[in-house]
Write a protein that binds this ligand. Structure first.
Ligand code: K7E
Ligand code: CUA
Length: 863
């Protein structure tokens, strides 16, 4: 990171010396034109990521009402992915193919389909309180559910419905070894599914915390071994799992200890008035570890809707549930990395309250209670449990930690600020304005046991005037703040047009290791081999009564089979296997008019299903532009009505080719294939000689190229058979198919070669790198191809061809006309019938190009 700072000052230094940085102007000029200050440029340099660049951190943000998750990078703030979770998402096929729809339907509640979610709190799986990069979970506030996402492929694998809550906000939170997930209720309601009058709120409405059993090895929640801790109807809110010193315990806020039930329509003041009447609400402190053990015994639980609930009196009797007053209408509760401090922010209080875990523990141990609530739960004395309070500003909500001991960052909703302070010394250190009305804030691994510092992201509720207006509904605004210096520095805004992003979590990019392809035939939702897995040659259509099963494959650039004929009313399942091994070679699949879609990543098998209830001819096609012949990647579904008689159309007479013409075309096609194959063989030779297998990126490409190449013998066999049977027309088609495979092989093979050249060549100096860019962008590459004579001479060895060559070449680039009478140049002009034009390169560019030529000569064997 220090490098970045250095880089930007370097950039600025050189800029002010008016050095060219781009073809269209100097930095100074650009700054002037765009009205940028020096600070703006430094901020730009801190966040700008050049093409092909990578991020330091990956952020997973809730997508709010979209029911999805948003993945983006820091420091660039570039969006990388939306993860479909509770909402159908057509691009990924989510909810439009059979297997993902099964996941989505795990979220049905009481038999009803629910097709959206209100996502609030994502959490990353932990080992010893530190992120391990394996699993991601998120809650749905509206329909109390938790979803599990696998970070090997960033796909949702499980949705679990809370069987007794009617809403959930304070979830999801992993315990420090991901053995459990805490999910707190929000709006209290009856646990059962019956009607209970609001007048019986205190008696029959309940809150609570569900403790979900999570298996971190397989990444699944096990509802049968999970349980809920019954709590009073105090409207439990945000929670946090204890860690290190406080491991085994959970902490949950609440905001309606008044147990007010509103009633504007009967002349009562609204909820907001009644819920904020008391000066304090309650922080719930509970020993989930002890309760998990107790819950195993039948006599300690009530079973409601098939789910085990530990009643309050059992928890109290076993010293596992306590309350501590906290300033009224609190929101965030955040446990420090060492587990010893618990910071609570009250929305209506200007203070943050820092509770001391050792003090709480002592009060519990000594049974030093200040009283009991109406349900008999012991209340600890607030003053005795507090480490201290600090005045931060208006509307403190949430907290994040940094790598500096005691340092904490808090969002101030009303003040629209982030405040940096110290929860040990209780001193305010710095404040920065954000735009506007910040909710959560996201530190880098900022709530784990190993926070990284560096940045804070402000997740603002309002954007107001930050972006071009796009109508009354504004984008959300995420703002990246640099916290490496003494003062916080707001670097950049990112509009997010998807939903309200309540909370986000960030992890070091180096901890994530997603896959680039699946094992062939994988059902990505279960991780197992799909029942519909189909390899090349196994494609078929099977009929069993009205059930038609199509076993299809997809590979650049065809779908097999290409014609499917069914009867109206048939129940059609099409299994699709993407046979590709190439990185990023996804195919999509749809049948027009039938509202189905699948996204097939390399190696994936997926299925779509529909009742063919409308007659007609329906094209099906690949929906991803996967190759030059992507448009040709199609077929026809033909739906016939078995009760109808169809009259066949009269055949048109068309002219066909003569046998001689056919033979000539066949010979030509075979010859083109032979020439193409020679190119492929030379590339293969180069790759082998330079040990491509040592470089994973290159190896991936070669695996793909050879995969394509391997399909040729089967086509050749069919071509030869057609020739033997005297059907040259068909043979030509198979030869064309061979050419298609060769082109795809060559395409990837050459990419592999170019990549390998850069890997095995000596490292380019910065100057040579700039020279290569100037060479390519300045027009030189229009006539000169390195390693080959093209419209101009090959420039390999150009620095050996002349005396005092560097100067000679530099002069020539600068002023080509001056050398046109030079005998050597004259000969070249005659040979190529072209004169080298003046490309108006600057002296610096010429110097760089010469460095590039030197690099070429050092690596001449590779071109
Ligand atoms: Cu503050 Cu749902 Cu975490 Cu929104 S919550 S801000
Ligand atoms: Cu496959 Cu387009």
């Amino acid at each position: 990171m220090k490098n970045l700072n250095k880089l930007s000052s370097l950039l600025l230094g050189t800029a002010l010396a008016a050095t060219a940085v781009s073809a269209s102007g100097t930095l100074e000029k650009v700054m002037k034109e765009r009205g940028l200050t020096e600070n703006d440029v430094i901020r730009a340099a801190k966040t700008y990521t050049p093409t092909g660049g990578r991020e330091d951190y990956i952020v997973f943000s809730s997508g709010g009402q979209s029911g999805q998750m948003i993945v983006y990078g820091v420091p660039s703030m570039r969006i990388l992915k939306y993860i479909a979770v509770f909402t159908p998402e057509p691009w990924q096929g989510y909810g439009y193919d059979v297997d993902s729809t099964k996941i989505l339907r795990q979220g049905n509640i009481r038999g009803r389909e629910i097709n959206w979610g209100d996502t609030h709190h994502p959490a990353l799986s932990e080992k010893d309180g530190k992120y391990d990069g394996k699993w991601l979970i998120i809650n749905d506030k509206a329909n109390p559910r938790i979803a599990v996402i696998d970070l090997l492929d960033f796909e949702t694998k499980q949705i679990v419905v809370n069987p007794i809550f009617k809403s959930d906000h304070g979830g999801a939170f992993f315990t420090q070894n991901s053995e459990w997930i805490l999910e707190a209720c929000q709006y209290a309601a009856p646990y059962d599914n019956n009607y209970h009058p609001i007048e019986e709120y205190k008696e029959t409405y309940r809150g609570g915390v569900t403790v979900w059993d999570f298996n971190p090895k397989e990444g699944r929640i096990h509802p049968e071994s999970s349980f809920t801790i019954e709590m009073p109807p105090y409207m439990q809110d945000l929670s946090d799992a204890g860690k290190n010193a406080s491991h085994g315990w959970g902490f949950t806020n609440s905001f309606n200890s008044e147990m007010y039930t509103g009633g504007i329509e009967v002349g009562m003041p609204p909820f907001e008035a009644g819920c904020s009447r008391n000066d304090t609400d309650f922080l719930h402190v509970y020993n989930w570890e002890k309760l998990a053990k107790l819950a195993k015994d039948k006599k300690n639980v009530k079973v409601i809707n098939g789910h085990r609930v530990v009643p309050m009196d059992v928890a109290v009797k076993n010293n596992a549930l306590f309350l501590i007053p906290e300033p009224k209408s609190p929101h965030g509760v955040d446990v420090s990395p060492d587990g010893n401090y618990i910071t609570v922010c009250g929305k209506l209080d200007t203070h943050a309250s820092v509770y001391s875990w050792p003090k709480i523990k002592k009060l519990i141990k000594n049974k030093d209670f200040a009283g009991r609530d109406p349900y008999g739960i012991p209340i600890l004395d607030m003053k005795k449990a507090l480490h201290g309070q600090v005045e931060l500003g208006l509307g403190p909500l949430h907290n994040q930690y940094s790598n500096v001991d005691g340092e904490i960052y808090t969002s101030l909703y009303v003040d629209s600020q982030v405040v940096k302070w110290n929860y040990k010394t209780l001193k305010v250190l710095d404040k920065v304005n954000v735009h506007y009305n910040i909710g959560h804030l996201c530190g880098m691994e900022g709530k784990s046991a190993d926070p990284q510092g560096e940045y804070i992201i402000a997740l603002n509720k309002l954007a107001i005037d930050r972006f071009n207006p796009v109508g009354p509904l504004h984008p959300q605004n995420h703002q990246l703040i640099d916290i490496r210096g003494k003062k916080m520095d707001l670097l950049v805004d990112m509009p997010l047009p998807l939903g309200e992003p309540h909370q986000a979590v960030a992890i070091r990019a180096s901890k994530l290791h997603p896959e680039v392809r699946y094992k062939m035939g994988t059902n990505t939702k279960t991780g197992k081999i799909h029942e519909g897995k189909t390899l090349a040659g196994q494609e078929r259509i099977e009929r069993d009564g009205n059930n038609v099963k199509v076993y299809a494959t997809m590979v650049r650039s065809h779908i097999n089979p290409e014609r499917i004929t069914v009867n109206k009313g048939d129940n059609v399942t099409i299994y699709l296997t993407n046979l590709e091994r190439a990185e990023d070679e996804t195919h999509g699949f749809t049948v027009d008019h039938y509202d189905v879609h699948a996204s097939l990543e390399p190696g994936e098998t997926s299925a779509i299903n529909f009742i063919a209830d409308i007659e007609g001819v329906f094209p099906y096609y690949c929906t991803e532009f996967c190759s030059a012949l992507h448009l040709e990647m199609m077929g026809y579904l033909m739906v016939k009505d078995p009760n109808k008689k169809y009259v066949s159309a009269q055949k048109l007479k068309m002219k066909t080719m003569s046998p001689e013409e056919l033979k000539a075309e066949y010979d030509k096609t075979v010859a083109v294939n032979a020439a193409t194959d020679a190119v492929i063989q030379s590339v293969v030779k180069f790759l082998k000689e330079n040990h491509y297998e040592k470089y994973p990126v290159v190896k991936n490409l070669v695996v793909d190229a050879l995969d394509q190449y391997g399909k040729i013998p089967a086509e050749k066999k069919k071509s030869d058979e057609a020739v033997a049977a005297g059907d040259l027309d068909k043979a030509i088609l198979f030869e064309n198919m061979i050419w298609q495979y060769m082109v795809k092989t060559a395409d990837v093979g050459i990419r592999a070669k170019d990549t390998l050249v850069k890997k095995v060549a000596t490292k380019q100096s910065l100057s040579a790198e700039r020279g290569e860019r100037a060479f390519n962008e300045g027009g030189c590459s229009g006539c000169h191809v390195v390693g080959k004579v093209s419209s101009g001479p090959d420039l390999t060895g150009v620095l050996q061809r002349h005396e005092n060559a560097e100067k000679w070449v530099a002069d020539f680039i600068k002023n080509p006309e001056k050398k046109f009478s030079d005998p050597y140049v004259k000969a070249m002009i005659d040979y190529f019938n072209l004169k080298m034009p003046n490309q108006h390169m600057s002296d610096d560019e010429i110097k760089d190009i010469i460095e590039y030529f030197k690099w070429i000569d050092d690596n001449a064997n590779l071109f």
